[in-house]
Design a protein around this ligand. Structure first.
Ligand SMILES: Nc1ncnc2c1ncn2[C@@H]1O[C@H](COP(=O)(O)OP(=O)(O)OP(=O)(O)O)[C@@H](O)[C@H]1O
Ligand SMILES: [Mg+2]
Length: 229
């Protein structure tokens, strides 16, 4: 996709600012990069700009100034029609799961493959495998409201990873989960990362990365405050 070699960072954020139409400056001159295969926590208090930064990365918002490169491609200059193709390279997981309530677990996960043209047999194979891997085998026919919060989040992760994107962006994915389910989600992310997926995990909960060797990027009032590994 990039044709520019493998040594480029998979995500590069350069001097990015975001001012919302109401004049709130959510991000101010942010710069950092993620190498392929990195697992990085994005932290900072409520309102510091974590969700905004992720929204810029999956092109739900555009930066007011600065540049964002995904796989060496500047998202500012790409055509609108290219955004869905870029988004296929990025799996997104949210705090509130965002599952379709009138679709089964299987259908929620399958949708991600239907839109990119997989046939029914391929879809069944892939979806059942990912559900199995995430401990959801046998739950395919259930509806989201028939599952626990932890199970719903695993369905949302299944949906995000079923097309095997090289990047996962997670926005407070454990915010609605108890400590046990939180650990399960962290373990899943660790495993995905061990298989080469680049992960940017936003959370205000310092306990999730205390004592780990993971890289941590911290925002404060829209500025990159400290960064440590
Ligand atoms: N759509 C929007 N329009 C206007 N202002 C917004 C919008 N979304 C967020 N903001 C503002 O931008 C700032 C950053 O918000 P953001 O949601 O990125 O923070 P956050 O770090 O994700 O917070 P939280 O931990 O509560 O999720 C806040 O001041 C917020 O009020
Ligand atoms: Mg947020």
């Amino acid at each position: 996709m990039n044709g520019q070699g493998d040594d480029l960072p998979i995500i590069a954020i350069k001097g990015v600012s975001k001012r919302y139409p109401n004049d709130v400056v959510a991000l101010e001159n942010i710069s950092f990069s993620l190498e392929k295969g990195e697992f990085c926590f994005l932290t900072g208090p409520s309102g510091s700009g974590k969700s905004t930064l992720l929204r810029l990365l999956y092109c739900a918002e555009r930066p007011t100034s600065g540049d964002i490169f995904i796989d060496g491609v500047n998202v500012k200059t790409i055509k609108q029609t290219y955004i869905p193709i870029l988004r296929r390279r990025i799996g997104v997981v949210f705090q509130d799961f965002k599952l379709l309530q009138d679709r089964t677990v299987f259908e929620n996960v399958a949708l991600a493959l239907e839109v990119i043209g997989f046939n029914r047999d391929q879809i069944a194979l892939r979806v059942n495998k990912v559900l199995e891997n995430l401990g959801l085998g046998g739950k395919g026919k259930r509806y989201p409201q028939e599952l626990s919060g932890g199970e719903q989040q695993r369905v949302a992760i299944a949906r995000a990873i079923v097309n095997r994107p090289p990047i996962i962006l997670a926005d407070e994915p454990t915010g609605n989960l108890d400590p046990q389910r939180t650990m399960e989600v962290l373990d899943i992310m660790d495993e995905l990362n061990a298989r080469g997926t680049t992960i940017l995990f936003a959370t205000h909960d310092e306990r999730l990365f205390e004592g780990t060797m993971r890289r941590v990027v911290r925002l404060q009032d829209g500025r990159l405050e400290v960064e440590y590994s």
